[in-house]
Design a protein around this ligand. Structure first.
Ligand code: URA
Length: 367
């Protein structure tokens, strides 16, 4: 078997076998296939797609490209959440400490920004000292001790995703159902959670531009979840406009802190309550989603969710003092309108591009 034949096969719109997919993933992870050959294959997948069987095989090969975590000694229920990407999406920063504040164990491996979308890891790294690169032992220890850990992709867990994710970002191969589904689900399988809520974003600031595409991505990921015995719920969310009122790593951390202090923008609140209520249902707190929403609002009001966030930051070596005075950007240019009126709509995609050009990103070199 060799990579040239595999690239040619996908270029010519043919189906790849399980063995060919595994050959690519194993050898690319080991560094025995070059970035330019991997880029050619990823582009061929992007253009010609993958069927269900290929997508499943790609996901499993990526999930088992490194270690997988067994968290069953911590709890019967380990929760994870993932977003398919958006602009101003700080939901993870608010929702995961909130969930952990109910004693539901949270084990989350997040990504960096991809394409025009922001990444939770870039956001967390705007907190001085916060370590997203914990060892697997530290990750597990934190979940045991404080009920939550939020880390980035590691060299050990789904390392193939770490490499392919960074590569896709540099070659304009982000909006692809097989590539997104395998990227998200490989991380989830490797990280050991058994209950999963997926925020499938849809609109100009998301990879899935239409509801039909978002439904298709949801179906593919749910099917992989079923296969991996991860109870999966997908919620399609609107990404026509940025979420909340800030876009940019530190600013989004600041907004998340305000939200955890009970001052949350309405659109953010709707997503947090919807996803949170589903997570609590999966965790067996209550099957009544309205009751779950009330409980969530209570833990936002009584400060338990905020305290959990601070505990998490401390535990992962972040500077909690900094959180008290996150400053606005050094240069602020007010844009004034010459006419009176209301802003009816903000284009999420244009704002994402603007944030990207200002450097809201720490990935592999893009040019
Ligand atoms: N999030 C991921 O982890 N991967 C993608 O491809 C898109 C969003």
């Amino acid at each position: 078997m060799n990579i040239l034949d595999i690239i040619a096969k996908k270029r010519d719109k043919k189906e790849l076998t399980k063995e060919e997919i595994e050959y690519f993933i194993t050898n690319y992870t080991k560094g025995e296939i070059s970035d330019y050959q991997a880029a050619a294959l990823i582009m061929a997948i992007y253009i010609n797609g993958m069927n269900e069987e290929e997508t499943k095989n790609l996901t499993l090969a990526m999930a088992y490209s490194g270690k997988t975590l067994d968290l069953s000694d911590i709890s019967e229920t380990i929760i994870d959440k993932h977003s398919s990407g958006g602009i101003g999406d700080k939901v993870t920063l608010i929702l995961m400490p909130l969930v952990a504040s109910f004693g539901i164990p949270v084990a989350k491996m997040s990504g960096r920004g991809l394409g025009i979308t922001g990444g939770t890891i870039d956001k967390l790294e705007s907190i001085p000292g916060y370590r997203t690169d914990l060892s697997l032992d530290e990750f597990k220890k934190n979940i045991k001790e404080i009920g939550i850990s939020l880390i980035g992709q590691t060299e050990n867990l789904a390392p193939a995703d770490k490499k392919i994710y960074a590569l896709r970002d540099t070659i304009s191969c982000t909006e692809s159902i097989p590539l997104i589904a395998s990227s998200i689900m490989s991380k989830k399988i490797a990280a050991g959670a058994n209950k999963l809520v997926l925020e499938v974003t849809c609109g100009s600031g998301a990879f899935m531009k239409t509801k039909e595409e978002a439904e298709k991505l949801s179906k593919v990921m749910s099917k992989i979840g079923e296969l991996a015995e991860i109870e999966t719920v997908c919620v399609i969310t609107n990404m026509e406009q940025p979420i909340g009122k800030n876009i940019g790593n530190a600013l989004e951390v600041k907004e998340a802190l305000e939200a955890l202090n009970g001052k949350m923008e309405k659109d953010v609140e709707e997503i947090v309550l919807t996803l949170g209520a589903q997570i609590m249902k999966l965790a067996g707190i209550s099957s009544d989603v309205n009751k779950n929403k009330e409980m969530i609002l209570e833990n936002l009001k009584n400060g338990k969710a905020y305290d959990k966030f601070i505990e998490l930051v401390k535990k992962q070596y972040g500077d909690v003092e900094y959180l008290k005075h996150i400053e606005n950007a050094k240069y602020i240019i007010p844009v004034k309108t010459s006419k009176g009126g209301y802003i009816e709509k903000l284009n999420a995609e244009s704002i994402g591009r603007a944030a990207l050009s200002l450097g809201a990103r720490q990935n592999k070199k893009r040019r």
